[in-house]
Design a protein around this ligand. Structure first.
Ligand SMILES: [Fe+2]
Length: 373
């Protein structure tokens, strides 16, 4: 599906004060989402925990939603300048069926700025889903990174309510869309949704939504998004661009083992097996420095083809099959302005098996075994 006419773009990677260097990324032509060959190419990648970049998946939707996208960028700019999330959100929700239900600030998390709670209302004004929230946070503890994000979920975070109960998930998704109407770009992209459903072999909902506003010099350090019942992640760039390193955890462990130079790091992560376990402790400063702040390691990943650049309208799918079978990733903001992207978790839609036609070629057995975990 990738023709020879790939475009090459030069990018400079700088994150949290560390200059990683200048690199060239290949941008393939738009993915043919209607193409019959796509699943043949994509399924083996999904099963192997490899990232799948879908070029131009939402290009038309991004064009249609340009006013909503511009308004959301302006909202983040105002928030970065210190405006109140509560009052800006109230204005955006004026005609939406959600009633304010309080604001909290977690003093134990220096990244958290404001967490807004709302209740969803029925047409008659009755509360049908309580304690849906939108949590505004800085992405990093580092003051050089002024990236922001808003995470949508519900209930008590510490009790992991979102993992135990699914009834409120669709209300939480609707709340995200009321506050950030450009959610429609992804919600209404049937071809992208069909591709995701082909990958996991069943009907899905896109929940636990996060809206990213990555600022110059910012981004996300290496991590994974393996969570119970979450089958993967769909990240869509709506404005600006981001650079990505994305690869299966086991291959990242091989890179770490090969690049571990100091005696301490060799002892901890000097073989792929040791490195696989070491990745479970990314708070380890030595490993964190290698993964996230070592330009020669970044160069190694580029040279091994683990590097991607996403532009507006592109999506990246990140598979998740378990703690060691998951696509790890790191993000760098690109460009001179803060960008906008939406990241949604892929969850099974209960009681909604994929029809026989759409499930053709998909791995139904592994989808069932994931459910059982
Ligand atoms: Fe992630």
């Amino acid at each position: 599906m990738q023709s020879a006419a790939a475009e090459r773009v030069k990018v400079q990677l700088l994150r949290r004060g560390v200059r990683h260097g200048r690199f060239v990324a290949e941008i393939a032509p738009d993915t043919d989402l209607a193409g019959s060959q796509l699943a043949d190419h994509a399924l083996p990648r999904w099963r192997a925990d490899e990232p799948l970049v879908v070029r131009g998946a939402s290009r038309a939707g991004v064009r249609r939603a340009r006013r909503d996208i511009a308004r959301s960028l302006a909202l983040f700019e105002a928030l970065r300048g210190g405006a109140s999330f509560e009052s800006l959100a109230a204005r955006r929700l004026a005609r939406a069926p959600f009633r304010p239900a309080g604001v909290t600030i977690d003093l134990g998390d220096t990244r958290e700025i404001e967490k807004l709670f709302v209740d969803a209302l029925s047409a008659s004004g009755r509360a049908v889903a309580r304690d849906l929230y939108a949590k505004l946070s800085w992405i990093a503890h580092d003051e050089r990174d002024t990236s922001l994000r808003v995470r949508f979920s519900f209930g008590a975070e510490a009790l992991l309510d979102w993992q135990k109960e699914t009834r409120r998930a669709r209300w939480s998704d609707a709340f995200a869309r009321a506050l950030f109407p450009e959610c429609g770009v992804i919600d209404e992209n049937q071809a992208l949704l069909a591709l995701v459903e082909q990958m996991v072999g069943r009907r899905v909902r896109l929940s636990e939504r996060i809206i990213y506003n990555n600022a110059p010099g910012g981004g996300a350090t290496f991590h994974h998004d393996d969570e119970p019942r979450q089958l993967g992640v769909v990240f869509t760039q709506l404005e600006g661009a981001t650079a990505w390193f994305a690869l299966p955890k086991r291959r990242l462990a091989e890179h770490v083992a090969a690049a571990a130079r100091t005696a301490k790091l060799r002892q901890r992560a000097g073989t792929p097996r040791k490195a696989l376990r070491a990745l479970d402790e990314t708070s380890d400063p030595l490993l964190g420095k290698l993964l996230n702040a070592t330009p020669s390691f970044t160069r190694r990943l580029v040279e091994h083809g683990e590097f991607y650049v996403l532009r507006a309208g592109d999506s990246i799918l990140l598979p998740s099959h378990g703690p060691d079978e998951v696509c790890w990733h790191a993000v760098f903001a690109l460009g001179a302005q803060a960008s906008l992207a939406h990241s949604y978790g892929v969850f099974p839609l209960r009681d909604a098996p994929l029809s026989a036609t759409r499930a053709r070629g998909s791995d139904r057995t592994s989808a069932r075994s994931r459910d059982a975990r």
